[in-house]
Design a protein around this ligand. Structure first.
Ligand code: NAD
Length: 498
């Protein structure tokens, strides 16, 4: 059986750790590969390699970095099909969905291709007689990325193209559930002309993460994953004096008003709830049906949930694949059970789905719970599976109150034909990313991605302008070039303008 090894200094290496982990094919339930799980010494080797590479990459020209990014972007296009199949085989999502995340990740590379423009500093001429002030931003050094299983290529690409284009070097610790595509990304960077050691991949679990958080030569840590781990990462890395961005979990609500086109809204809610088997941080997991929209909406949602085609990710007919592990499947089943036990109506039951030829795969069908209330576990927990809960609200005010009382604040959406209602919603809701008749409002790469409350620990969103700020620090220079020597006397009082 193949073992997926680390990529350090431009080459594959097994490192010194004997430990490995199972990588499943979720559609068959088989262990398809092993992944090497790094020890602290392997992490140290990767960080030192990245630190050495920073000595020259941190000094490289903007045009050199841009050239690499343009070439890398072309290679991502050429290898899209291969990458989509690799992601589908380890994550379980359908190939077309994997293609979608590759394209959204590639958009960050396109943003990084324009880094020269984004990195321009500012200049103030003649702030005092004969004195100018200007500022510019410089890279930090070695940056680390720790990423979740659900977007094995897109989420790391929210980080490394921006970090590398701004002159840093990078150590990625991808999810141990679907690690293969990160090694392919490393190969494509090398083919694009990125010098060895600028981008490194260390596979592993908590041991590798802790070694990164504690390493003296890691300047910044980017994390995306569940909220408890985001809080842990933020605290430990901050204590160690590092810059940290830590994005956490989510519970995204979509509000449907009675004046919305219900067929349109239900179509989008269904795709946003069950696409990728609900394993998206921007998945809609709660539909909030307002007023008389309720029964009619649930009726359409039921029909659409029953129509979802569940099957292996590599079958073009499949709309939804399996979940990632047996533990994830069991968590979904428990959530449906508890919703029903605590008083919700189970309108569509996805438990007990068995696909001929894939009996051991981690499949669970779409479930729809109605009349879910805020005190139920199915509402309070991030299920991260194909379960859509419908909560009822009397009016927009009640819908906004429900969302604002929820500890998460990643994404939300409103479906309505009223501009006034949409405007009020976007102003009053305490959530970072909002869709108006758009169910999954993931910002484009030239904006930044980030939620509020427990969906973002600390205060640094990811990619776009905020990403550039995160991966660089500013210098401000005050300069004077006297034409005649000593035309200005040096003063002992604190400098003021004249
Ligand atoms: P996870 O938190 O279990 O794992 C994320 C990363 O942390 C992995 O690399 C993992 O190896 C590492 N990790 C896990 N346990 C650790 C520990 N105890 N100590 C140190 N490191 C540890 O998340 P996941 O299951 O891979 O991904 C799903 C979660 O990610 C969901 O909660 C989802 O909402 C969230 N997510 C959030 C966003 C966002 O943008 N806010 C995007 C994608 C995923």
């Amino acid at each position: 059986m193949t073992t997926i090894e680390h990529w350090i200094g431009g080459a594959l290496t097994a490192g010194g750790s004997e430990r490995t982990g199972d990588v499943f094919n979720p559609a068959t339930g088989e262990v398809a590969r092993q992944v090497r799980l790094a020890g602290a010494a392997d992490v140290d080797a990767a960080v030192r390699t990245a630190a050495k590479a920073f000595e020259s990459w941190g000094d490289s020209s903007l045009s050199q970095r841009t050239k690499v990014m343009f070439r890398f972007r072309e290679l991502l296009v050429e290898h899209e099909d291969e990458m989509a199949r690799l992601i589908s085989a380890e994550h379980g999502k359908v190939v077309e969905d994997a293609r979608g995340e590759i394209i959204r990740g590639r958009e960050v590379v396109e943003y990084a291709c324009g880094i020269a423009d984004v990195l321009k500093g500012s200049y103030s001429d003649q702030v005092s007689r004969g004195i100018d002030v200007f500022n510019f931003r410089q890279p930090l050094g070695v940056c680390a990325g720790i990423t979740p299983f659900n977007f094995p290529i897109m989420v790391p690409m929210w980080m490394h193209p921006v970090a590398i284009a701004t002159g840093n070097t990078f150590v990625l610790k991808p999810s141990e559930r679907d690690p293969s595509v990160s090694n392919l990304v490393a190969e494509l960077y090398a083919e694009a002309g990125l010098p060895d050691g600028v981008f490194n991949v260390v596979h592993g679990d908590k041991t590798a993460v802790d070694a990164l958080l504690d390493h003296d030569e890691v300047a910044a840590v980017s994390f995306v994953g569940s909220t408890p781990i985001a809080k842990y990462i933020h605290q430990r890395a901050t204590e160690n004096g590092k810059r940290v961005q830590a994005l956490g979990g989510a519970k995204n609500h979509a509000v449907v008003l009675p004046d919305a086109d219900l067929e349109f809204a239900a179509n989008h809610l269904t795709a946003a709830a069950y696409g990728s088997a609900g394993q998206r941080c921007m998945a809609i997991s709660v539909g909030v049906a307002v007023g008389e929209a309720g029964d009619a909406l649930v009726e359409v949602l039921k029909r659409k949930a029953e129509e979802v085609k569940v099957g292996p990710g590599d079958d073009p007919a499949s709309e939804m694949g399996p979940v990632v592990t047996p533990a994830a499947r069991d968590r979904v089943i428990r959530a449906v059970e508890s919703g029903q036990a605590q008083g919700a109506d189970l309108v569509v039951d996805g438990r007990g789905l068995s696909l001929p030829g894939h009996e051991d795969g981690f499949f669970v069908g779409p479930s729809l719970l109605d009349k879910v209330t805020a005190d139920m576990d199915a509402y309070r927990e991030e299920i991260f599976g194909p379960v859509l809960s419908v909560a009822r609200a009397a009016d927009v005010t009640e819908a906004i109150e429900l969302i604002n009382a929820n500890p998460y604040g990643n994404g939300t959406a409103i479906f309505t034909s009223s501009g006034a209602a949409a405007r009020r919603f976007q102003r009053e809701v305490k959530v970072g990313m909002i869709g108006v008749n758009v169910p999954i409002p993931v910002p484009m790469s030239y904006y930044s991605f980030g939620g509020w409350k427990d969906s973002l620990i600390g205060d640094s969103p990811i990619h776009g302008p905020e990403g550039v700020r995160f991966y660089t620090r500013a210098k401000t220079v005050t300069s004077r070039w006297p034409e005649v020597r000593q035309t200005v006397d040096a003063a002992f009082h604190f400098p003021t303008s004249n």
